[in-house]
Design a protein around this ligand. Sequence first.
Ligand SMILES: CC(C)(COP(=O)(O)OP(=O)(O)OC[C@H]1O[C@@H](n2cnc3c(N)ncnc32)[C@H](O)[C@@H]1OP(=O)(O)O)[C@@H](O)C(=O)NCCC(=O)NCCS
Length: 349
Amino acid sequence: MEKVFALPNGEELVASVLGPGEGRGTTAVQHEVYSFLTRPFDPWMVPTEGGFLAEFLAGTHDPSLADTMLVGRIDGTVVGTAWHGTDRDLPEMGGYGFVFTEPEQRGKGIAQRLTELSINGFWAVGGQVSYLGTVNPVAQHIYEKHGYRHYNGLTYRALRPGTDADTFDETFFGRAGDGVIRDIRLGDIGAYTGLVMLLEPAEWIVRDYTEAMFYAPPVQASGCLRPFFNSMTRHAASPANAWKVLVNDRGRLVASANLWAPTHAPVAANATMEFQAAPAYVDRASAVIEAALEDAAANDVRAVRACGVGEARLAVLREAGFVEEVVQPGALDLGDQRVDVTVMRRDLG
Ligand SMILES: CC(C)(COP(=O)(O)OP(=O)(O)OC[C@H]1O[C@@H](n2cnc3c(N)ncnc32)[C@H](O)[C@@H]1OP(=O)(O)O)[C@@H](O)C(=O)NCCC(=O)NCCS
């Protein structure tokens, strides 16, 4: 779909909205967008993000992802981009990113037009919530104008118009059966981001130690969708990096456990694990962990370590057969206090 906007300065912005599978390939058109976004002479994204972007533009990614690429042009030249990804089968939760406007074209309203097209397109396919992360005040201003509200850390979320923000998490991530365990997939990008950033259980504090994501403002993650891309890259790099998720009867992702084993042979049998669960599924977290550990053990992982701060999270690890290995005094700086980090370990026989 193409939409033409008259910008306030009189120029014409032609916005291409490329739905899932549309306009993808490795021709000069996609190369232009790739170079525009990655800025080879002035890079602003990490290599893992560039790698996924290449797949999204080429259309070679895991088909569970339904992604929309938005490209704005003035006089035929790319001046702005944006991207939104959701799940192909259940497009309820999405992630927004790759928002960039050519420096000389900023302030003309380009990002606002693309953001409006993106979020309206998501509501049209049944979207319930869209997440993004930014510390850029200009971007924050734009997102807030289009329904995104500050959520947690550097995360913003937009809820489907008419949704009650105060009760959304409890309702949306509520109990609906015991759930089934499956592998993570790219279409989970919005769902996983939502799970990691959930405000509850607040006492868990550690959400993803490797990606420095904690529920303890003002400590902030490196980026909103970035941790997903980083973890997915590790997952794809080795079968030892198992990643299992729990999906409830409504198809919603409610718990997750992922492992990261170093690739260097002398230490490859030692993995680090991250895990999250919605409050209504904390009792199922150990089952998800167990499933991830089974995969890892089959791929020669022998010892798995996970960090916790506070009894609630450590209790889940104990239930999953982990024992305390060491307490690192004051290892986590929460801004207003330093807290002990407990490293738990489970040997896989
Ligand atoms: C963020 C970015 C995409 C904005 O693109 P843009 O096309 O210039 O944005 P627009 O012209 O649509 O809108 C700019 C808005 O920000 C406002 N603005 C400008 N400076 C601002 C500031 N310091 N603080 C808050 N708002 C500001 C403008 O007034 C305008 O809003 P208005 O129309 O309500 O007056 C662009 O600056 C960019 O590419 N930055 C680098 C990449 C980046 O940070 N991307 C976002 C990552 S998630």
